[in-house]
Design a protein around this ligand. Sequence first.
Ligand code: GRG
Length: 293
Amino acid sequence: MLTEAINRCQQRINQHLSTIFDAIPENEPRLKAAMRYGVLLGGKRVRPFLVYSVGEMLGLKTEQLDDCAAAIECIHAYSLIHDDLPAMDNDELRRGQPTVHVAFNEATAILAGDALQTLAFELISQHDSGFSASQQLHMVQVLAKASGYLGMCGGQALDLAATDHEIPLAELTRLHRLKTGALISCAVELAVIAADIADTEKRQLMIYADAIGLAFQVQDDILDIIGSTEELGKPQGSDTRANKSTYPRLLGLEGAKATAEKLLQEALSAIGNLPYNSRLIAEFARYIIERRV
Ligand code: GRG
């Protein structure tokens, strides 16, 4: 059921992003090609999956959720393009393909990230979205906050500052809540705003989102040690984040696995009593900590 739903979501979001790009005029073909390359070259589509699965669970139709799903993936793609730049992680490969600054050039990669970021806000503020102006304003606000200073950018700044020295667990957790967790929580929140549900139910879903957002990063750190199936060339057991604090470094591999399991239980108990069929998002929470890519 989950694999089928993930495949369906991947096809849906890829198709919707393609449609969006087909409609963008060819004024700046190289910039447009770099944006399309950055956003359409693979990826698990975790954030769109959350928008679709939470939104549908709350009674929305898939087509009502397409632009929110595309917007959050545009923000994610922008963050990866900028994260790969020489001034940040200086990576030449992403998802097994040349990174955007390698395939195009550095200036184009910076602009492609910038333009994907603003495209995200364009998508959720369209006048014919079907949502009220107040819902749209709320979506713009949560997406801006999750991506910016109090979210992903702030987390990235903490991460850059924490290279070459160990940081305590509480600081590592704060860093990852911002850098990775904020956008994952935002995916759930966009669906919640779109469905306009009661505050008590919203609170439970946001506890779920916070727990899986952090669990995602714990598992990312674990995969860096045990080897992801995406990085088969890399020797198993090699810690490529040797100069950084990670959950396995601070807690040991077994401690990190126990933390991921604890976060999974927190996520599951938060959604256990919701008046919706939460089976798919429960299965997804388990996938987050069992995934090998
Ligand atoms: C440059 C402002 C700015 C932010 C960058 C998210 C991020 C912040 C950097 C990515 C670096 C990284 C490897 C983070 C670990 C967790 C993570 C977000 C991995 C990438 O996300 P996935 O696994 O990627 O969802 P795919 O390829 O599946 O889309």
